[in-house]
Design a binder for this molecule. Sequence first.
Ligand SMILES: Cc1ncc(COP(=O)(O)O)c(C=O)c1O
Length: 397
Amino acid sequence: MCLAMALQLSDRMASVSYEIRDIIARAKKVEAGGRKIHYFNIGDPNSFGFAPPQHVTDAVMAALSDKKYSAYCPSKGDPQLCDAIGKIEGLGGEDVTIHSGLSEGIEFLMSALVNPGEHVLLPSPSYPLYITKLRILGGGENYYPCDSEFVPDIDAMRARINGKTRAIAVINPNNPTGASYPRKILKGVADLAAEFKLPIIADEIYDRLTLDEGHAVNMRDVASPDQLLVSGNGISKNFIYPGARVGYLAFHGEGIGKLRDAIVKLCNQRLSINWEMQRGALAAFTLPESHLGEFRAALRLRRDIVHKRLNEIPGISCVKPKAAFYSFPKVEAASFKDDREFTYSLLEETGVLVVPGSNFSPILGEKHFRLVFLAQPSELEEAMSKLDGFMRKKPKS
Ligand SMILES: Cc1ncc(COP(=O)(O)O)c(C=O)c1O
């Protein structure tokens, strides 16, 4: 008997997809045919030439040459790092857990909160990892819409809460839209969550990457002190170090201990995350964030190019991103069946690789795409000209 034929995968594998990466296989085929590809699909600043601050990599190097850090780290994280993050979050180190990227934190939170059929209320559009994790757990799906500026609609959020809702997720600043929410909206979410006694999951992984003003508003600064709140953050984006895989969860509010302890249990079963990289994160969170001015200026320059050019293209409109490095334009042209057809033909005809918007929400409709604007300004200009030429060839209605 052929052993390979006997191998069976679990049914849950059918729910695992991640088009932001899956789409690369399609791009590679087009590239093999000789076309230059503009990889605007993934939010990894380092693959576009950006680098972590020197003091962060220096701290990693120092840890690599110190034998102490080749051991298992305490499973909830390096104690000094937990304390340092606790200070930022207004907590003690005991209320912080360190993860292999915020991705792991998100996975643990979903596992700890959701039984089959239950859900975390997600924004539409949302970062796809939340959607996939809930699907793997057999969770239900429930999304709250955002308005035309991609800001959450509090009344619609209220209408979506039901007996199966276990938490409300807020991604601010937002991937995929680049929105950064006003304080008033965040306060509205906090009040609503308090009314329904639901925990808030505040994903703030882009909080230092606002493009027009200071630091984004953190949920911890608008929530009442006793409110159940888990803040998530890390060094992948704000500190330009996605390969380090260090993120954290911070547990706020009276009564959150039960959830924190569940997450610590999940940390224990995976023993430890990479200790040397956590020492880099300690430098990131304790030394001056001197890289941010330059990084944000580079992002602002790119955002302004893409925003201007996109809105000059017939059939495309785009809300101005206020933070991070994503724009989420809308395609009005009637000549595409849906966002997938648009994305695939754009790739094949021009080499511009973007992600279909429906990956970020099943309720959003099929008219958006996500474009990452981390490339050099000259490459962005080149790609915008290609997109412009592509759209001008398409019938308007
Ligand atoms: C909104 C959001 N949350 C979480 C993550 C995961 O970050 P990490 O690299 O820390 O796992 C990302 C990564 O792109 C993200 O965009």
